[in-house]
Design a protein around this ligand. Sequence first.
Ligand SMILES: Cc1cc2nc3c(=O)[nH]c(=O)nc-3n(C[C@H](O)[C@H](O)[C@H](O)COP(=O)(O)OP(=O)(O)OC[C@H]3O[C@@H](n4cnc5c(N)ncnc54)[C@H](O)[C@@H]3O)c2cc1C
Length: 256
Amino acid sequence: MVIPDEAKLLSAATDASGARYMLDVGDGETVRTRSVVIASGARYRRLDVANLAQFEGTCVHYWASPIEGRLCASQEVALVGAGNSAGQAAVYLASHARKVALLVRGGSLEASMSHYLVERIRAQPNIEVLTGTEIEALEGDEGNLAAVRWRNRATGVETTRPIRHLFLFIGADPNTDWLANCDVALDAKGFVRTGAELGSAQMETSRSGVFAIGDVRAGSIKRVAAAVGEGAQVVAALHAYLARGDADASRTAGRP
Ligand SMILES: Cc1cc2nc3c(=O)[nH]c(=O)nc-3n(C[C@H](O)[C@H](O)[C@H](O)COP(=O)(O)OP(=O)(O)OC[C@H]3O[C@@H](n4cnc5c(N)ncnc54)[C@H](O)[C@@H]3O)c2cc1C
């Protein structure tokens, strides 16, 4: 096995070696193991616009930190999304940008955003909420976005605005395809469920000895510090699990 390698499929092992799980890493190679930590993260959803990649990393952002805030100071920016993360980012950016055009595909914000955020957006004079709206095209060259064109889905009316920074908060898909064969419980969006709600230890999934940390874990805070913290924390959980397994094994071995 080379490191790093791709985990293709996790399944239960049924052999006498003590391994409980088997990890297929491709080319017929497998890893047998007593425990697994799932840390495969999530893919942030992208817009279906042909030249999007050209502006990613410069003018299209999936995050709104003070760095992005400074980048768009006193400008008009566009933000796509209607969930809480979109709402929080819109409010934050409105404190730096001249104007935030919040583009919502559905008919209202209320369906997907917490009431307190909807109220805060309404109270913010420089946030314009455009419902029933989708981005049609991005204009610019050499990584520099010059304008964004959007279209009202009901009227078909198109609008082009001179916008140099576009923010996308349209959700994330967890990297959990490789778990299809191992009965690890997932939530409705495919994130890995863990902990007390399953009657499991903290960060342990519905399968004993299989843990999940970071963005892939249902309910996790999608932040670097949180993922790193969970990575440190899971080591103790792993030791406890392995010690429990050893104790169980020696008890079993000692039985008459
Ligand atoms: C554009 C952007 C900006 C961000 N900015 C910030 C920020 O400023 N501050 C902040 O705190 N957070 C930020 N975040 C969020 C932060 O990146 C995540 O919360 C954090 O990286 C989660 O760590 P993770 O280890 O759970 O997942 P990831 O960092 O996504 O790592 C998962 C890894 O697993 C690999 N993988 C997936 N499937 C498999 C498989 N089957 N086999 C083997 N490997 C696999 C992936 O390739 C990836 O390398 C940002 C996110 C994005 C997208």
